[in-house]
Design a protein around this ligand. Structure first.
Ligand SMILES: Cc1cc2nc3c(=O)[nH]c(=O)nc-3n(C[C@H](O)[C@H](O)[C@H](O)COP(=O)(O)OP(=O)(O)OC[C@H]3O[C@@H](n4cnc5c(N)ncnc54)[C@H](O)[C@@H]3O)c2cc1C
Length: 399
């Protein structure tokens, strides 16, 4: 069995882990990434990630710095307006709606929407040939001994890696986090979300639309045209049993239900992909570091898919971690001064975002008419008070 020395070992080959490998590689660090399976980089392949991500300003800036944006820009759809629609009853009736414009903050766009499989494809292309980054798919983090001088990680294939810094990007059930003895606080809502792609006759006009009724939002996020028709990615949250029923429904009936739920805002919706189900939880790690270990992305925090916060928060973890690594240099990499600063600086922002989205989810999914009135009043207040509107928009944009 072989042992390799490296500066940084990353566990996890999702978008967060692969982006971390690219960022640390570009920053000049010798990096090894381990993950059980290679990324699925074709939208039609089995197991492809049919979610899309609305990447906010800090994420785009990071992608530009690490040479990824050039590969993605052509298929990234700008999101210039966020429309929030409040509905009641079934079929849903629109009570009121508000539009939040990026131009209100002097920006052309809030963010740029990309299919997750497309981002993985771009990452795989750009990482290919980066000499100081080694991608080891087919093996995973198994266990670890952390010492003052570094960490020795044992992999599932029996090999080991000695690293100065171990980065946990191995998802919500992180094995690295567990090996480091870091607990999590988890909230289960009993909700599941469907993620899929639709076409519609009316153009989306770069407007992202969140429609509230009960069970959670129905969100339409603009994509490039598909088969010559306007297209959007949909995230539709529901109580678990209802989500499962919708996932198993015949296509024609499903199309009728989702079109009703969308209030025909973009006309009748046509399903253009499989439907994928995701359980909705909130989760936060008790700490973001342990000796020689930094915890990031879904290993550190899971946020319900409202307001495009999850992966964007993960990329903010990475931006700080990369900057601290550069400041620490080779001698200080993975030492307590660097990791304590990471923990201290990121923890507060993560706590705020997880708490805010948890509260928002509880209010917006409620079937109770009093709570729905509160939701309506909240939407109007946030939009109609310009100071509050701009502050909420700025926070939502990842600043
Ligand atoms: C429907 C939906 C819509 C969303 N929309 C948005 C959005 O618009 N904007 C946004 O910012 N966020 C969004 N999110 C959140 C975002 O999709 C997730 O945060 C993100 O995909 C998680 O990426 P990750 O790399 O942290 O984790 P994962 O994708 O779970 O990757 C973890 C990786 O670790 C690997 N792994 C597991 N165990 C090990 C081990 N022992 N050793 C090594 N590797 C291991 C796994 O195989 C996997 O490759 C959405 C989420 C959902 C559910």
């Amino acid at each position: 069995m072989a042992r390799t020395d490296t500066e940084i070992l990353i566990a996890g080959g999702g978008i967060a882990g692969l982006t971390a490998a690219l960022a640390f590689g570009r920053a000049g660090f010798r990096t090894i990434l381990v993950s059980p399976t290679p990324p699925v980089t074709d939208g039609d392949a089995d197991g492809s990630d049919l979610r899309s991500t609305a990447f906010l300003q800090p994420a785009k800036q990071l992608f530009e710095q690490i040479g990824l944006w050039g590969d993605l820009a052509e298929t990234a759809t700008p999101l210039n307006v966020l429309r929030v629609v409040d509905t009641v009853d079934w079929p849903p009736q629109i009570r009121d709606s508000r539009e939040f414009m990026a131009s209100d903050l002097g920006e052309s766009s809030f963010g740029w929407n990309l299919m997750n499989w497309r981002v993985l494809q771009g990452l795989a292309r750009v990482l290919d040939g980066l000499e100081n980054v080694e991608l080891r798919f087919g093996t995973s983090f198994a266990s670890m001994i952390a010492r003052d001088s570094g960490a020795i990680v044992r992999l599932s294939d029996g090999n080991s890696v000695a690293a100065q810094l171990v980065v946990a990007a191995d998802g919500r059930n992180s094995a690295v986090r567990e090996a480091a003895g870091i607990g999590v606080h988890t909230t289960r809502y009993g909700q599941k979300t469907l993620a899929f792609v639709v076409c519609h006759p009316k153009p989306h006009a770069h407007v992202s639309t969140e429609i509230y009724n009960q069970g959670g939002p129905f969100t339409l996020v603009p994509l490039p045209d598909l088969d010559g028709q306007p297209a959007s990615a949909v995230v539709w949250m529901n109580p678990g049993p209802r989500a499962e029923e919708l996932a198993a429904m015949e296509t024609a009936e499903f199309e009728a239900r989702m079109s009703e739920r969308s209030c025909y805002i973009l006309g009748p919706l046509h399903l253009k992909s499989d439907r994928r189900l995701w359980p909705i939880i909130s989760q936060r790690a008790a700490r973001l570091s342990a000796p020689r270990v930094a915890i990031m992305a879904e290993a550190a925090h899971v946020i319900p898919p409202i307001g495009a916060q999850g992966l964007n928060t993960s990329l903010n973890d990475l931006i700080l971690l990369r900057d601290l690594a550069l400041m620490a240099g080779r001698d200080g990499l993975g030492k307590p001064e660097m990791l304590n600063e990471y923990d201290r600086t990121r923890s507060a922002d993560i706590r705020r975002r997880v708490t805010a989205i948890d509260l928002f989810n509880r209010i917006t999914r409620s079937p109770n008419s009093q709570v729905q009135l509160l939701r309506l009043a909240g939407m109007k207040a946030v939009h109609d008070l310009s100071g509050l509107r701009q502050a909420v928009m700025r926070a939502g944009m990842g600043h």
